[in-house]
Design a protein around this ligand. Structure first.
Ligand code: SAM
Length: 499
């Protein structure tokens, strides 16, 4: 593979307008949704007669996204500068008589972050759509739901060095390369390292160094300002006959891989450095899975904010991951299902949690330990929201109650209040504060807190507002302030109130 050939490929992809928007317009919303569900027939039908000018786009989409063989003349026309031979040299395709067959999946990927709108192309191994049967154990994953979860929560604060552990197709390293001067991306799979290097080159991203090796071995003595990892966290039975997919399975028993990545991250963060990790955790017997993660992070002494997004029962978890490996319901599926349930039973696992962790090496004492259950979609605003929440946490943590009382706060622009009344009643029975951005939280309000939030316009101090409310409600001023301040701190940290 040469830099020159990659530049030719880029020129051809640009010329064909091989972008997410153009592809969606080509086959329409319903076909795009079907593809998301793993069904390519609607998209195939939409590509049969592309509009004039869309021929090259349709050919590239057929070949690289749908995994269909394409007539060699058509393929050559869609890659006019690189040519079919150039694509074969890059190991993207192979020629098979009169047709060309893709060897890799290659598709556009776009996102918005705090620096702007970005369009890339990402190569990965062919998915289940294009191959027959189960995946290879060294399969290199494309951008999936977990990938976009991690990239969506990624904090974009500028750092000197970042680490992406388990880089796969390189997607997190490429995101991190937007805010880090230098990124080290590691993987145990040489195939992943090769594909990730190709993706960085194709998208003109020069500041990533790729290293082969397990976990933190390739960065033994180094420390980073930002560590990101979507590690191989999938819980897999350790018995013969169960495939150990490199892309999702770290080779340890149960959720031990996630515990070891957390411990390793602690050893490789600079003071003030932040690690953002995805993980699964087991619910064993009566033990709460989220508290299990809490114990792992407590052992590191890091500031920790753990969000559990969902919990699956053991059976659903097994089904999800057996199916993910490309095994369809049948005898083999049932055999694997039994192995998964045996494995869970051996440790008393009833459920498995999924979520993400934001860990930070504090400059001094540890001040943050939040374990929460929060669902909802992950938008591109979540990274900045997490960064703002950490800053808000630090701000209020540094203030005594007296100092916080003197602060002048404003209600954030995305906050609304809901009031519900019994029919005919003057006073609301339920008041709720809702957040439009961030985690989309809702907070129940009592009369005093509702009045305080309503009066936070940046003019009056918290203490002055509390004093006025105490007068209205005819209660003790100091006692009301004492009661309101913990709620004010929480509303500041969670982004309802701004400084
Ligand atoms: C779930 S994939 C994540 C890929 C990519 N970072 C993303 O977010 O889409 C996990 C990656 O970890 C790699 N991996 C597996 N075991 C590893 C190990 N012991 N050390 C480092 N990487 C490992 C796999 O090869 C795979 O690329």
């Amino acid at each position: 593979m040469t830099t020159e050939q990659i530049a030719l490929l880029r020129a051809d992809l640009e010329r064909a307008r091989f972008t997410v928007d153009a592809m969606d317009a080509l086959w329409g919303e319903a076909a795009a949704a079907a593809l998301h569900r793993g069904q390519r027939v609607p998209a195939m039908r939409a590509l049969l007669a592309p509009a004039p000018g869309d021929e090259a786009l349709a050919t590239l989409a057929s070949l690289f996204v749908l995994g269909l063989p394409v007539d060699a003349v058509r393929a050559g026309a869609a890659l006019p500068t690189l040519g079919v031979q150039g694509a074969a040299d890059l190991e993207l395709v192979r020629r098979d008589g009169d047709v060309v067959v893709a060897l890799l999946d290659l598709r556009p990927y776009s996102f918005v972050d705090s620096l702007g709108v970005v369009s890339w192309w990402i190569a990965s191994d062919l998915g289940e759509l294009s191959i027959v049967g189960a995946l290879r154990e060294d399969h290199v994953l494309g951008v999936g739901g977990a990938s976009t979860t991690l990239s969506g929560i990624m904090i974009g604060t500028r750092v000197e060095t970042a680490l992406d552990l388990g880089t796969g197709c390189g997607i997190q390293a490429m995101h991190a390369a937007r805010h880090a001067l230098r990124v080290v991306a590691t993987d145990i799979s040489s195939r992943a390292i090769q594909i990730a290097g190709f993706n960085a080159a194709l998208n003109g991203i020069p500041n990533i160094e790729f290293r082969l090796g397990s976990l933190f071995d390739p960065v033994a003595d180094e420390r980073f300002g930002h560590i990101v990892s979507n590690p191989p966290f999938v819980i897999t039975p350790r018995v013969a006959g169960v495939p150990a997919y490199e892309y999702r399975d770290g080779g340890l028993v149960g959720d031990a891989l996630v515990a070891s990545v957390i411990a390793g991250a602690a050893d490789h963060l600079q003071p003030g450095g932040v690690a953002q990790l995805l993980g699964n955790w087991e619910y064993r017997g009566d033990e709460d899975g989220l508290e299990r993660v809490g114990a792992w992070v407590d052992a590191t002494g890091l500031d920790a904010w753990v969000v559990e997004r969902e919990v699956q029962d053991a059976a659903l978890y097994a089904e999800t991951w057996i199916r993910d490996g490309g095994t369809r319901p049948g005898a083999e599926f049932d055999r694997l299902y039994g192995a998964w349930l045996d494995d869970f039973e051996a440790r008393g696992v009833t459920r498995v949690g999924f979520g993400y962790l934001t860990l930070r090496r504090p400059a001094g004492e540890r001040t943050l330990r939040r374990l929460e259950r929060l669902g909802g979609p992950i938008g591109s605003g979540l990274g900045p929201h997490l960064a703002a929440s950490l800053a808000a946490h630090d701000w209020q943590e540094a203030l005594t109650d007296d100092e916080l009382g003197r602060a002048r706060l404003t209600v954030a622009g995305d906050v609304t209040e809901e009031r519900h009344y019994w029919p005919g009643s003057q006073d609301p029975t339920v008041m709720t504060l809702r957040q439009g951005g961030g985690f989309g939280r809702s907070v129940p309000l009592d009369t005093a807190l509702a009045a305080l939030v309503g009066a936070c316009d940046g003019e009056l101090s918290v203490r002055a507002i509390a004093a006025a409310i105490a007068q209205l409600l005819e209660v003790d001023e100091a006692a009301l302030l004492r009661e309101l301040l913990p709620a004010v701190r929480e509303l500041v940290v969670t982004g309802f109130l701004a400084v």
